[in-house]
Each structure stands twice: as C-alpha cells, then as structure tokens.
Design a protein around this ligand. Sequence first.
Ligand code: ADP
Length: 661
Amino acid sequence: MRLPRGTGASGIGPGRGPWPILLLLVASVVLPTACVLWFMAQAVQNERAAVQQRLADAYRSQLKAAAEQTSLRWRRTAGELSCPADQAAAAAIFERLTTSGVCDAVVLYGPDGKPVYPPPEAPPSATGPVDAAWERAARLEFVQSDFNAAASAYGEIASRAGDVARAAQALQGAARCLAKSGRREGAIGVLAGTLQGPDYATVRDAGGRLIAPGSLLMAIELMPPDHPSRAGALASLTARLNDYGPPPMPAAQRRFLMRRLQEAAPDCPPLPTLSAEELAERYLARGPSLPASPNLNRTDLEGVWRLASPDGTGVGLFREERIREQLRSAAMAGVAPGEASVEVLAPGQETSEAASFAAASAGEPLGGWHLALHLEGVNPFSVASQRQTAAYLWTALLVIAFTAVAALTVVRYVLREVKLTRLRTDFIATVSHELRTPLASMRLIVDTLLEGHYRDQAQASEYLQLLAKENERLSRLIDNFLSFSRMERNKRAFEADEIRPEEVVAAAADVVRGRFESGGCRFDVDVAPDLPVVAGDRDALVTVLLNLLDNAFKYSENDRHIVLRARAEGATVCFEVQDNGIGLSSRAIKRIFDPFYQVDRRLSRRTGGCGLGLSIVRFIVDAHGGAIEVQSQPGKGSTFAVKLPRRPSGTGEGPSRRPAL
Ligand code: ADP
C-alpha cells in the first residue's frame, strides 16, 4: 500500500513548502505591526516636539512677565532715589532707602550737583580753645604727664567756661586725664554722665563733630565688659548712630564712631547703615559725578552698579548680587521647584544657547541684563509626553494583538482546509489503490474457476476459500474507508447504550477466532467477572476491538499469541489487546494514530492495511470519553489498552436510553 506523502499538517500543499504561510504571516502581522510601530514612533516624536514647543512658549511668556514686573519695580526704585527739596532731610532719606533694602547705598545731590548726603568731609579745623589756662592744662597733660594736676586744670576751665562748647571740651580733657591717672570711674562718670546731659546734646567741636557721642564711645572703651553701665551706654550710642534725625551728625564722624564701636564692642547692636555709608564713601572717593545714562550701569567699584533718579538728584548704588537675586526671584515665581532654574546674565555675559531652554531681556532700566531659563532634573516635556506615549503604546499593542489573533485564526483555518484537502486526496488515492488489489485477486480466482482450471473439488473449494478471504478483506477495507469518511465529515454519531463489556469482547472474538486459529495463532480471551457496564455504541466498540485484534494478527509473525482482556480498573473498564508481534519503537508510537501513517509500507501492503485503523480507533475512543495507551517494544510485541469510563451508578438501571454521544 502506498504511503500518502506528508501526513503531518506542516506543509500547505504538495511541493509548496511553508512559504505561503510565511507570506501570509508577513502580510497580515509583520507589515501591519511595522506600520503601527512606525506611526507610533512618529506620533510620539510629534507629541514630544509639540509639548516642548508649548512648554517653551509658556516659560518664555513667564520670563517676559517677570521682566516687565522687574522693570516696573526698578523704575519705581529710580523714582525713590530723588534728593528731597528740604536738604536737611537727605540723611533721613539715606537711612530709609538703605535700611528698607531699596538700594545698597545712595548718594543725594543738591541742585548745584554737589553731594548733599553723604556730605564731603570738612577740612580739619586748626582752631581750638587756646588760651593761657588751656595751654597750662595741655602742658601738664602732654609735657609734664602730671595727669592729676592736668585733670584739675581742665576741670577749672570747664567750671569757668562761658560757652558749653568750651566747657564740654574741657570736660573731655579732664576725663582723659582722669583715665590716664588711673581714675577710670571718675573719667567714665564725666564722659557717660555729665557730657550726656541735655546741655551738651548739640555741642560740636571745632571740626563740627558732635561731642556727646564721641564722649560716650570713650566711656565705653574705658568700661570693662562687666561694667554695670556698659550695656546702657552701648544701646544709647548705637541708637544715636542709627538715628539720622537732628542734630545732624557728620557722615565721617558717624562712620568713624560706628567702626570704633564695632571694634571696642563686637557685641554691640547692629548698625545697619554702616555698609551703606562705607559704600557711598568709596563711591564718592572716586569722585564720580551724576551718571549720564538713566539706565543701570557699572561703577568703577568692583561688582557695584548705579541707577540715577529721573530728576538726576540721586544715585542708587546696587551690589551685583542684589540685582541678580531680585531678578532671579521674580523669574522663578511661577516655576515649580526642581523643574527649572533661572540664570541672570549681566550685560556682556553669555550663556550657551543649547543649555538655556528659554531666554528674555530683563527690560528697561536694566538695559542689557537677560534672564535665561534652564530645565532641571526630570525633563518636563518627556514626563508630559510619557502619558501620551503610553496611550499610543497601548493602542499599538491592542492593534498588534488583534492583528496577531486574526492572523492566527486565518492561518489555522487555512491549515485545516489544507489538511482536509490533503486527506481527501490521500483518501481517494488510497481507496482506489487498496480496492484494486483484492478485486484483482478475486477476479483471477473467479476466472480460474469459470474456466475450470482446477484439478478436483478440493482445489475448487480451496479457491473458493481464497475468494471468501479476499472478499472479507475487501469488506474490512470498505468498512474502514466508510468509517473514516464519516468520521472526517463529523457525520458519525454514536449511540449511548448500556453496554456490557463481555458482550463487546465476545462479539469481536467471534469475528476473528476462526481466522486466527486457522492462521496458526493462539488466541486467548480473558474477561473478569461482574464487569461494570459502560455507556457507548456497541458496533463502534466492536470495531475498536476488531481493528486492534486485526493489527495484532497482521503485525505478528511466527508463533502468534494474541490475548484479549477486559477488566475493571478504577472508574474505567479496560480492554486490552496483547500480541507477541514485531512491536513498535517509541517514535513510531507517537505517530501510529495519524491517518494513513504506516511504520513499514511494504509490510502493510502485504497485510492489506491502509493506515486508517488506529485513527478510527482513536476517534471512537475519544468520542466515548475514553483513553488509549500503547506499550510496546520492537521485537517483543505490543499491548493496546482502551479505557472507557464506567457508566455512573444509578444510571445503569431501567430501560436503556439511546442519547447520541
Ligand atoms: P494499517 O491499516 O496499516 O494497519 P493502522 O492505523 O491500523 O493502519 O496502524 C498504523 C500502523 O501502526 C501500522 O501500519 C503498523 O505499522 C503499526 N501497528 C499497528 N498495530 C500494531 C501492532 N499491534 N504491532 C506493531 N505495529 C502495529
């Protein structure tokens, strides 16, 4: 019998190989998937660009708003820098502007263009309270170092002095001499007590300096740290130095006293205008007049910028850090922390275009200053586009999954159709081939008998027996073909009768016994008593046993011994056909249930098989909810065990029902 080519389902048609399936897969899965992925990549890229653009626009307008706001603020600041018409109030304006943080220092000019505050330093006056008494006291102090006598002499001058200025200076001299003579408390009493009285509050020395604050500083310098009056004296002097009201204190004296006080008492209360005074002093020391430009511009001092008031009567001085900080905090007002940082660029300062995400001019009057925004930490537009990307990704995955499922369904359908087509082709080829052999031998026998080519009646009956055998083989073949054909078309319906296993065994054994025994085969039937009934189709189950017995006979050679058993095994009834034939390799066992599969084609041709018997067996057993097991060893024989579920108890009584399986 001819073995049909390629009984497996891997090919799609004779000689065509797997290419059509691959082409189908490429066309239905790979191409759409590639397209979807390409579209997705493009969409993500576009989304990123759009988000980046939107974000840059948002930051740019934010920077612009910040620039407008700071520009407004600086114009207001410039307006505040004007010198008042009442020039006596200039010192108070200086104090207010510098302590409120409007600027780091300010220089206020009068209508003549000369500084009103801080005023230029007065040249030291050579004149002093010189007369005979004063000369005597000075000689005692400075030449003879007779401090006690000098102190008395100064005291005498003070008590006789006609004006408070002379008295105050004499008292200062007396205190100085008391300190030099070791009478520190006496000196402190004069400096921190007598000279701080209301009579001396506005008294100045020949250089225009106020005497009272200078005396208080001297007293503090004389006081030890634990002196009971020290804290009071410190507070009083600090208050006086921080007070820019009348009587006006010369700026040079104020700076001098402030520095000396900080040296003498580092623990003194803060002096907030000292750095402004020093900055203004340094600025004026370089002799700059009013700037020509109304915009913020550099001074000769390192890191100091200046801004003139619109009326040109004031110049505010600003340290660069202050300008930067103010611009930065205005620009950062709407930026989430950790998202971006703002770089402030002075005129002429550059930032790399690539590093800055958005930039804007700081506007007037900060001509030339710029704000540059840098993104920090996690890229915000990648975060923003991530969500969109995820949506695209899920859509793409769904499309791909759907395409793959659809393609698989199509491929499976095509494969099934191909398999069916092949089975039909193989079936027709096999049927025509297999039927020809028994028909040809039957015709030969019939011709021989008709023509009388036989010796005697014995030979004639021998021919007739051969004829019957071929006829039987033909019937078996046709039965198998019909079963297979119905099975393939799913047309085979099985009845669910109550079947007694011993009846099935007896029916199958009766059919084969004569043939087996006449063929020199030992045939044993072993049925366990009281077997449970099974639900099934009697004829189909007999076919199962007949096919197995047939195979056992066909694939055994000398000293054939075939055993047919039936026994209960757990919840099943087990039918077993055992032979001592040629056996099967484990590789062959895996394939023998495939339609048209034959291990040895020549042997099968001789024995009259067509490769359908076991596939019919498996089909019937599956339809009965059973299982089939094979144990075999090449050269030692095989055992085929069919296990059918026993009919559940309680359903086996009463008239038999015949539902279809
Ligand atoms: P066939 O009609 O060719 O016997 P089957 O479907 O009944 O087809 O069996 C398929 C193949 O399995 C056989 O061709 C044979 O090679 C092998 N086979 C089946 N039963 C046995 C057995 N009892 N011993 C050895 N080989 C067997």
